[in-house]
Design a protein around this ligand. Sequence first.
Ligand code: FE
Ligand code: FE
Length: 260
Amino acid sequence: METNTEHKFRDYEAEARDTVKTFYRLNHTHQTLDFVKAKKADYLALNRREMGIWEAMEFLNELIDDSDPDGDFTQIEHLLMTSEAIRKDGHPDWFVLTGLIHDLGKILCLFGEPQWAVVGDTFATGCKYSEKCVYPEFFALNPDSQVPEYQTEYGIYEPETGLDNVHLSWGHDEYLYHVVKDHLPDEALYMIRYHSFYPWHNEGAYTHLTNAKDRQHLTDVLMFNRYDLYTKTDERPDVEALKPYYLELINQFFPAKLRW
Ligand code: FE
Ligand code: FE
């Protein structure tokens, strides 16, 4: 068995890379501007369910994400590991709460959306694709790549229009932002809405579409991002022991039910 370990590990790595590649081929092929607008028209009506935050966490926990390399942990465990790391560093309540809820938009999967329309890095649609996105070669498969109006530097947007006006590829960030936007400060909303927008916050792409407010809040998104990453050696949180503290925290900011 011992002698096989390394070999098996390599196989797993190759397979994982392949899964990621397939994921981004689908994502880059199908996330057109029209697709994004259609998903917004559908989901942002928020007429599917009424749930409190903890209830949404338990609902999300039904999701088993096979493609997630951090699949050792349940969805609730990932949320609590993120929020507990933020709490241990002494950050304000709203920041801890943001860690707790940041991935709740993944319930889109439970509403029947495919992975490529829920998770992964996001990118701007309706304008030239950035080479700083992962697997940029797959954008050639997107029908929008054949629309000249969408392939200029600014595409359908004004210079420095602000990210609020940019149609990012559809996923869990944008959806959750709309569910919670009346209840949290701007810093938290930036963290939620743009945590998957790696080309912007990690690679410096799309700055020509950002406005002063976006640039001001980039540091918040980067600050959050540090806590969204963890290793397999991290400790499993005790969900039941932490629940009373978090129910109290949720109550400080949110009504008993939210529209999803
Ligand atoms: Fe996320
Ligand atoms: Fe996360």
